[in-house]
Design a binder for this molecule. Sequence first.
Ligand SMILES: NCCCNCCCCCC(O)(O)C(F)(F)F
Ligand SMILES: [Zn+2]
Length: 664
Amino acid sequence: MGTALIYDEEMTKYKLLWVDPACKIEVPERLSVSYEALVRTGLSDRCVAVPPREASDAEILLVHSEEYLEGVKKTPHMTLEDLKEFTLQYGDVYFHPNIYHCAKLAAGSALQLVDSVMTGTVRNGMALVRPPGHHSMRSAASGFCVFNNVAIAARYAKQKHGAKRVLIVDWDIHHGQGVQYCFEDDPSVLYFSWHRYEHQKFWPNLRESDYDSVGKGSGAGFNINVPWNKVGMENSDYLSAFCHVLLPVAYEFCPDLVLVCAGFDSAIGDPEGEMCATPDIFAHLTHLLMNLAGGKLCAVLEGGYNLTSLAQSVCQTVQTLLGDPLPRLANLGSPCESALESLQCVRSVLRRYWPILKHAADPPTTDVGSRRIKLAKAEGEKAETAEEERSREEKVWPEPAERLRPPVCSASALPDDAACPDGLKRLTSSKDLGPLLGRRIKTEVAGDADGVATFLRLYTLIEKMRTNEIGNGVALVPDVAAAVKCVVQDLGSDLVNRVLVVCVGKEELNYATADGKMLVVQISGEDKEEQKGKYYIPMCLKKGCGDTVGFIQAVLGLLLPLGYEYDPGLVLLSRMPGSGVGDCMWQQLIGLLKGFAKGHTLVLMQTNDEACMGPTASVLLGHPAPPLQELLTPLPDDGDALERMRERLQADWKMLQTAVSSGN
Ligand SMILES: NCCCNCCCCCC(O)(O)C(F)(F)F
Ligand SMILES: [Zn+2]
C-alpha cells in the first residue's frame, strides 16, 4: 500500500495584509517550498496524490462552536479594516479574505488523509496545509491557526471510522493548547506534545503547558506535555523523549490510528524554535511511530519557518513514510541536563497512570515549578528587535545524506530444501567472496561441506548488505549460536565496523567484545545479572521472552537508546530456539531495529524455526508489524530489574538516562 500526499496551491493564496511582527513569518512560501522540494526530489511522484476537499460545517463543528464558525464565515466579505478589527479579538493570528476557504481546505485535507488511511486505500500519508491548526480552540483562532485540523481529524476518525483510540503526536515546537483543551478529559485520544517553554517564558506562555497537565477526569494520564526549558535541544534530547516517555505509553495505549501535528519549527535553523535537531531526526521520529497502529499514520503540517530546514524535514518525513531506508544519525550526544529534568518530571507524573512507567524515578528535588512563576512575571517574552533578529547567528547544518533504496530489498540464505517466502530474493553463495573466506570458514567452523555452504551464503548476504546491493535478509542455519559466534568473530575483525548483535533467547554467548567493534545485547529469561563489560549486555526478563510487556519495556527503554548511541553499521538479530518470544513482539522488534544501520538487518534463525519465516519476511519486506495486543500490566519485578539495569548501564551509555544525575 502506498503513501498519500495531499496538497493544493490554493492554500498558498492568502497572506498577511498589514504590519504585524508576530505574524510575518507565516508566509505562503512555507507551503510552496515544501511541495517543490518533494517534486524536485522525485518523492511526490512516488506518492498517491489525494485531492483536498473543503471540510463541511458539520465537520468543523466537531470541534468548534457555531458562533465561532459564523464569525469566520463573515471574513471573506470583510474590508481590510474589518479584517483587522476581527483579528484583534485573537492572539498572534491574522485573517484574509481567502483564509476561510483555505482553512476549510486544510481541515478537509486532514479528513481526506484519515479516509484514505482508515479505508486502507493507502498505508499512511502527509497533508501539506496552511493555515495550521493545533492552537485554534473551540471559539477562538490563535497562533496562525483558524480550524484545528488534527483535532477535527481525530473526532472524525472516531465518529466515521470507529477508531477507538487515537494517538496525536505533536512534534511542532509550540504547545498545541487547542488540541489539549479539546481532548483533556477524553481517554480515547492521547495527546503528546513537546514544546519550547522556558518556564512559561515562551509563547503561548501558559501555565497549563507544563508537564503537570496530565488531563482531567477520565482523561487523566492521556495528556503528555514535555516542556523544553532551554533552547538548543538536539537529536539526542528528542530521541530520549520518544524512547523514555512517548513510546512506552503509546505501546500501552495501543492506538488504532496515529495523527501527527507535524510542525518543523522544532528543527535547526528555525527562528521560533531555536533548537538544534537536524532534519533527518524526523525520519526517525516518523519511523518510530510507524510500528504503531499497524502503520496507520497521518502527518498534517503545522509550523516551520526556516524554508530550508522545513523543506528538508518534510522530505525526510515523506521518504520514511514511503519506506526508504533511514539515515544513520551521526554522533548522538547525551541528553542535556535540562531535558533530563523535563523527562524526569513528566515520567514522575505519568507513572501513576501508566504501569509501563511505574518504576520511573521521583521528581527532581529542585522545585522546577518555582522557576516557572518568577520568570513569567519578571521577563515575559521581549519582542525581538530587528537587529537582534539579524544578529542571531545563522545556523548551518549538513545536507541530509542520500537514502538509497538498494536494488534488492530483502534476501534469504536458506538450505536448499527450505522454502523461500515470496518477495525474498533467494541467495546462493557467490563465488566472488574469494577462496580466503572459504578457507577461513573451513578452519574455524570445521563444519562439513554444507556447514561451509551455510556460512558462505551468510557471508554473501552480509557482503551484499555492506555494498548496499541488498537491504536486509534472513538466514536459516542449523545452529544459530554457532553462526552468531562465527559471523561475529569474523565480522568483528574487518567486514563491518560496529555490529549490533541482538540475541533473543538463552544461549551461552561469551564473546570478547571489549573493543567496541560489536555490541551484544541478549534478551532472555536467564538471570545473568552480572554484566560482562560495556559491550555485552544481558537483559533478563523474569517471566522469559514470552512476557510481552517486559520485552517491550526492555526494547524501548534500553535496546533502542543503546542502538542509537552505538550507531551500528549492521544489525544481527538472532532468534534462539525455544526463546518463547511471541510473533507480534518479534515483528515489532524487527520493525524497530530496521531504523538502524540504514536498514541493514540480518535475521538469523534455526532451520527448524521455519514457521517464523513468514512473519519475519513480511516485516523485512516493509509491511507494517501488526500492533501488539493491549499490553497487560507489567510484572513489578521486571520493571524494577530493568530500572536497576538502566541505573548500572547509564554511566557507560548516556542515552539510557531518564533523570538528572543523582544528587541534583
Ligand atoms: N516571534 C513571533 C512570535 C509568534 N508567536 C506565535 C507563534 C505561533 C506558532 C504557530 C505554530 O508554529 O505552532 C503553528 F504550527 F501553529 F503554525
Ligand atoms: Zn509551531
